[in-house]
Design a protein around this ligand. Sequence first.
Ligand code: ADP
Length: 949
Amino acid sequence: LLFKQDYQNIQVPGRALYASARQLLDLIYIKGVGTCGLFLAALKQVLPEGQGSGLSFSGCCSKIKEKEESRCTSTQTLLTRRPSLVNKLQGCIDGTLEALVVSGHFTSGDCDEVQLPIHTPSQQARCLLNHVRSKGEAAARVVLTYVQQKQESPVNQETVTPPKELLKYQKKLSSSLSAQSCFLSTYGGTSNMPLDDIYTEGQLELAHDCPDINGPLVLEDIVSTVGTVNKDADTVLVSGQAGSGKSTLLQRLHLLWARRAVLQDFLLLFSFSCRRLNSEQRELSVQELLFQHSCWPDREQEEIFQFILDHPHLILFTFDGLDELKQSFSDEHRLCCPTQRAPVHVLLFNLIQGSLMKGVRKVVTSRPEAVGPLLKKHLCKEVLLKGFSPTGIDCFVRKHHTDPTVAAKILGSLQANTALLGLCHSPVLCWIVSQCHMELLGCGEGSPQTITDVYLMILQHFSQHQRPLQRNGAQIWLQEHIETVLHLGQLAFQGIGTTCYLFSRADLEACGVSENDISMGFLIQSKDMSSTHSNHYEFLHVTMQCFFAAFYVILTSNIDRSTIPKLFETQDMKGTDQSSTCFGVCLTSTNLQVKTVDWGATAAETPNLQLTATFVSGLLSQRHRSLLLHCCPSLLIERKVRQVVKCLSKGMQKHFKSIPQPVEGEKKSMHAMPGFVWLIKCIYEMQESRIAKDAMSKLEVDHLKLTYCNIGPVECTALSYVLQHLRNPIGLQLDNNFVGDVGVEQLLPCLHICNSIYLRNNNITDEGISKLIAKGIQCENFQKVALFNNKLTDACTQHFAHLLKTKQDFLSIRLGNNHITAEGAKQLAEGLKFNHSLQYLGLWGNKIGDEGARALASALENSQTLVWLSLVGNGVGSTGACALANIIKNSTSLEGLWLTENCITRAGVEHLIQALQHNTHMKSVWLRNNDLSLEEVEEMTQRESRLIF
Ligand code: ADP
């Protein structure tokens, strides 16, 4: 019942036992009634005799039910708590409206309607609630969060009057933050793009299951108490892949705070970039850190700092890019005194864990690989940033191109190339694609497929912007700019090897980077306001740095032969907090002095090295060979291709060797380690089916498990490209990722090799299902599908009905926790009537009611194959139970019927008991949490032991 991931999340070394116990209880609760029952039974076994006697499950049921009921949507809460909300809202109508405008749910017209002068405050509150209902769930959540924050706000509890100097300082801080965050730096070279004009909401989700949250989070939820797992901690982690929009999200937060549009309860907001903190060599006190690295108070420094110390709950810190800090997180060196000096990373770690400035809220961003359990135990919650949703991509492209015809053309070409559409879920790639629309629309058939293709496109775009092609011939543009690419490449490569992302003039000169090279646009001047970094440069984005580093690895002959193998070895580095193996790379710099770059590949650096390796694979693809051959000797390229192919093959072998032999009678199963997906992506970048075929020829498993592996559409494209070459069918388990409809479409090319596909909790809608089934019907091996907890409605059931009618060897359909009603059940029944193979049907947690149960029962009455049917939590009453009794009466195959958490009364159970008298092979009918009294339960258990209450 517990996955390995669950186990690790609970057993965090060093965490207090009581905290682990709470988390275990939360997890068990989320997993539902069945798990709770088993948990109590297990607990009884381990407790000393006597202590377990009070642990009866039936006693807990009503509580669980009560809590289940409270797990309702925010829209429902608006209705149920309307009178008290009207009261609370009266004092804060303006603020609530502002929050709704900022979050994009209300227009100024909406606000005017609410604030009509003829309305009394309570009428305004009612009018506001009515409007919010029509705007949907996310808007309702904004209101509830706002009201809750207002109530909890310490400002409400004690009125703080900040000293005059503080207010002046606040003003200075706001205007400096506003100046730093009002433009997006990726647009720096070409145009100044106001953040307001381009900012598009990314997908934010809590990393932990949280019963109170339905659907995505909004920006303010990051700082609010929503989804808190550890109340004692002050630090929120926002994690996401490179380019998923973490820095931009903080930038947005800063800008809105500076305008007093959000988070008004925080009087001061201090922002830091870990990239820039790296170059602070001095030891500093907290006060020096705040004032020297964020904003300098012109007067009364002591008074202001004292205010900060006295009112920690009014202060917010943000730290961008913890993964770029040279040192890995550690909690060894404790520091409690805010005036004591220490190295900056020590200050930072103590701030994060709360031994310094307890009570100050901190938001930290990082790539997930750099966050180990040591850091996790100090987090109050973790929020995942998953890039743009499909509508986000649409919205971004339209914001980027004010000309609607251009935007429509780009979106059209994305629809025609779903691999590229998948890539655009990453904002940085979406930006590149939008930026390079001329190249994109001009490339016809050769439209980009891989991430290397996209980065080559921006390189071509920037280089032609600098110096338009003189000669004809598509393949020579690189040759014309090869010097620049090599200079930037060397700088990038050295930086990647030394955790350096900010470069001084001297660094640039050492690599031969000239003004001309800078003017190409890939290097930008550091935006930091403090004088320390004013003359420093950085790449437009860290992914660009990796791209240029990869170019250097390929094009230069000055590089040690072991560089490529070492680059591909990074998969072995587990996501620990400790720095792992160091390895040296000999780099002969242009002035022929041998310089050793120590690649101390800490967990934080591994993602950069892996991305560099991915680009190395992509650039060495046969498709780009002619481009490279204009720039360097073919022998060199061929040698490097051979090296990469060998590394990929060896890497795969390593994974295959780690697969344990199956226990007798069980299937051979492989749970992929993080490095596996990365290797698959490298193979995909090479776009050579020979290599994919070769890699898969040695994989012999029946079941491939990739749960919680951060699999999005891009990973699906790569997986599908490689797995389609498997020799024998497998079960492909992709539960708990973010596959989405675009990802489902990407998986279709490998569906023929899947006998079962598990896509629980993956944000899939009816649209994705329609494509999955259209293809699945043609796939001989395809027999099982699990889609628990997605976004399916009745509209998907016609496709399942078609599948059931067409495929008479289909075995299992699991659709739990979706939005299927009686209508959907009727559609399904249409298919079931004609099916002679289905064994498992799961509809747990839908809303099919009596009507739906009747339709299913009449379709399944004569089934000779159905073994297991679950209608748990579906609002089924006695009429439904009576109809279902007919299946029991006639079936020769059914073994388990799950009707837990419905509203069946005695009359319904009587029918089930009678039916069971005709059926000897049926094993159990689960009836916990129905409308039955304790006496009835006792009596009926006596009469029929297969009823389980
Ligand atoms: P990360 O910090 O996760 O590496 P960034 O925030 O630097 O990612 O995003 C990279 C680029 O992607 C930005 O410079 C910008 O062009 C684009 N981008 C990211 N998030 C957004 C967003 N929410 N709206 C618009 N553009 C975005």
